[in-house]
Design a protein around this ligand. Structure first.
Ligand SMILES: Cc1ncc(C[n+]2csc(CCOP(=O)(O)OP(=O)(O)O)c2C)c(N)n1
Length: 343
């Protein structure tokens, strides 16, 4: 691992094509841990009736962080989906901001507390996810990429989605259109093997989701989505090509889904006990912790201190969200309909 100044989470300068530095790898562990602990806390809040619904990112964290770090927050567009918790942390959202979304409070970054957590748009920070309708975000990203190309802006749109989304018609129309017009867009599939209860083998007849790209005429790659650096490299390469006019890439990041689809789902009805046990071996968090411990980049005491710090941050965010009011009724139609002219 090359050692250099950490730039994690701060890509106002062009990101380096070099592999991640040791410091970045250590920072990715902190973000993964924070995402995991936040995820666990909001699951508990859901069971207490305080967070209406939670879609967990457990297992997806590494690929989400690697993808963000390969792009430029100041000029690229991040079209996320409901499972992108670590993506948002890597983009610089604070736990306090995200907690407002979980508890549907005023001031939540994407919808002001009126939508599913992570649903809505934060145009100032170039992050959008206008709907939870599966795959509906994909044509939005392609439209933005078309605008970048027409305006000759050196920006790239990345769009995140799950494996199930690749069966939707909108996905195919979007990929084909993006290919024909060589648009600067990265299709980023977080393949966790399930669309709620539907396993991958019932979504597609070929081995890999990335194989779909060949049908449109652009590159498709499969990466180990539990590896931050592998994902970073794949996204960085796709972004470089897109900025040079080389068009889209489909990246399939293979990850385990370590929790049920959402807090509303009971996965024991469709996954065997052996499978639920086996997936723990693919958890990116303990693996990265061990790598850092072995490499002398983390100590057991340092790990405990980091964990305490993350929990304190989450405690504080929770208390702040609980004392924040719900959105005002008068804002019910904000961002839904154009403002009415006064008669
Ligand atoms: C068009 C549409 N059909 C069905 C649903 C209900 N639904 C919500 S999430 C989901 C599964 C999506 O699975 P996948 O794309 O693999 O993403 P994952 O949630 O596994 O990350 C479904 C069917 C929906 N929101 N939109």
């Amino acid at each position: 691992m090359a050692r250099k100044t950490p730039v994690a989470g701060n890509h106002s300068e062009a990101p380096s094509a070099a592999p991640l530095s040791a410091e970045q790898v250590a920072e990715s562990y902190r973000l993964m841990l924070l995402s995991r602990l936040l995820d666990e806390r909001v699951y508990a809040l859901n069971r207490q009736g305080k967070a209406p619904i939670v879609a967990s990112a457990q297992g997806h964290e590494a690929c989400q962080i690697g993808a963000v770090w390969a792009l430029d927050k100041t000029r690229d567009l991040f079209v996320i989906y409901y499972r992108d918790i670590a993506t948002c942390l890597a983009l610089g959202y604070s736990v306090s901001e995200l907690m407002l979304g979980y508890m549907a409070r005023r001031g939540a970054p994407f919808s002001g507390g009126r939508q599913f957590p992570y649903g809505g748009a934060d145009l100032k920070r170039r992050v959008i996810n206008t709907s939870n309708v599966v795959a509906s975000q994909i044509p939005h990203a392609v439209g933005a990429a078309l605008a970048f190309k027409m305006r000759r802006e050196p920006s790239v749109a990345i769009v995140h989605f799950g494996d199930g989304a690749t069966s939707e018609g909108e996905t195919h129309e979007s990929m084909n259109f993006a290919a024909v017009h060589k648009l600067p867009v990265i299709f980023f599939c977080e393949n966790n093997g399930y669309a709620i209860s539907v396993p991958l083998r019932k979504q597609l007849a070929m081995a890999r989701i990335s194989d779909r790209a060949a049908a449109y005429g652009f590159p498709g790659v499969t990466v180990d989505g539990t590896d931050v650096a592998a994902t970073y490299r794949a996204v960085r390469e796709a972004a470089d090509r897109a900025r040079e006019g080389g068009g889209p890439t489909l990246i399939e990041a293979v990850v385990p889904r370590l929790m049920a689809h959402t807090t509303d789902d009971d996965e024991r009805r469709y996954r065997t006990a052996e499978e639920l046990e086996e997936r723990k071996r693919r958890d990116p968090l303990p693996r990265l912790r061990q790598t850092l411990l072995d490499g002398g980049l983390l100590t057991a005491d340092g790990d405990s201190a980091m964990r305490r710090q993350c929990i304190a941050e989450i405690d504080q965010a929770m208390a702040a969200a609980e004392s924040t009011p719900y959105p005002d009724e008068s804002t019910f139609y904000d961002h839904v309909y154009a403002p009415q002219a006064k008669k």
